[in-house]
Design a protein. Structure first.
Length: 136
């Protein structure tokens, strides 16, 4: 989906941390994050804020993939549970649980390269009808 890829490419925060949108299917995406020491906290695990960033984007683009081309979206809320220390390369898998006309509920699971389930997120996003997904 070129529209999702183009939008993701405009996210300077994802560029900053080195995240890539690697899979885009209707209602499902994957965001890959190669390990870098600059992304860690004091115990050398990937920082929880970074986990939230990639899960938020994976969920957001899963929802965006189902929205009309004239729409954009914003995150309304999310909850993340960190289940294990985040070590090594990571992938966040975002999936739409329930699409809606205004609100969409999504889920993300983050896994390390060794298969460890690192975190789970549930998120609500709001569609902004007739609002381009470009800077104002």
């Amino acid at each position: 989906m070129p529209r999702a890829c183009a939008s993701f490419a405009r996210q300077k925060a994802m560029d900053l941390i080195g995240a890539r949108l690697t899979v885009v299917e209707p209602g499902y995406t994957e965001v890959a994050l190669p390990f870098r020491p600059e992304l860690t906290q004091q115990k050398a695990y990937v920082h929880g804020g970074i986990l939230g960033m990639i899960a938020d984007s994976a969920c957001g683009y899963a929802a965006y993939s189902l929205m009309p081309p004239s729409a954009s979206l914003v995150t309304v809320e999310y909850k993340i549970n960190i289940l294990a220390p985040a070590r090594g390369d990571l992938v966040a898998r975002g999936q739409v649980i329930r699409p809606g006309r205004t609100l969409t509920v999504t889920r993300a699971e983050i896994y390390a390269a060794d298969g460890t389930h690192v975190a789970s997120m549930q998120q609500t996003l709001m569609m902004l009808a007739d609002t381009p997904d470009t800077p104002e």
